[in-house]
Design a protein around this ligand. Sequence first.
Ligand SMILES: [Zn+2]
Length: 267
Amino acid sequence: MKNQNFYCSKCQQNVRGNEYYHQGGICNKCRSRISKEKVDNYTGIQLAEYLLHKSCIRALERVKRKWYKTYQGVKCQWKKPVEMKKDLMNNKLFWEAWIKQSNVYENNERKLSIRPSLDRIESNVGNEGHYYMENMQVLSFGDNSIKASAIKCKVFFIKNMRIVRVTDFDAIQDVMKEFKVIGYNTKQINRDTGEIQYIGDGYSVLIQSIDGELNQKDNDKPRYRGVYQRQKFMVDLDTGEEFLIGVWQDIFESDGIWFNESQVSKP
Ligand SMILES: [Zn+2]
């Protein structure tokens, strides 16, 4: 007999050898259906870990197979997907961002466009655009380019409660790289909420769109308290000596922070 048939214990049909999963004693169709059903039941952390593992497998495949033109010269610091996954899970900021995106995916019909994916922050091989830990971040599958969003925004980088840099949104990745902030998905940072959001390594950001305005939320409690301090001095015109004769504070409460051009001097 040229084509020997194999019996699938699941669908109880006979299939040819190349359609049969010999180790499991079932046909390939049943095998992939069962594995899909299994994945559909994954939720929470289990789903996040599964998705990350898959992504690591694919990343290593892309690097190993030489025929992907866009991946020529791209290196990967890991040899095995399991090791890559483990290290990424141990990177607290990366793993938190991954779980967050995985939850979004889980709660929105598991659409491919919002599946978390591995992104090389710098994708140009000439500029060290490799799969190295410091060059990895989480992006939703549909957003493989931050620039694609094309919303003109200003990003205020804050450290130790002071603004240390003001940059355009296009350049946010460059600044994060310079500050060595890794593994944070800037897509998940809200803009125009007036909220200072922590991105790791001591840095926080506030993002507001140009010509935008503060989106006030209906919170029960205000989030910030603004304090203006005014001081009154008398200056001796002969000696230049200053005498402090009064301090006043004006306090206001606010849901969010909004900078006008005049309030920010570029460091
Ligand atoms: Zn079958």
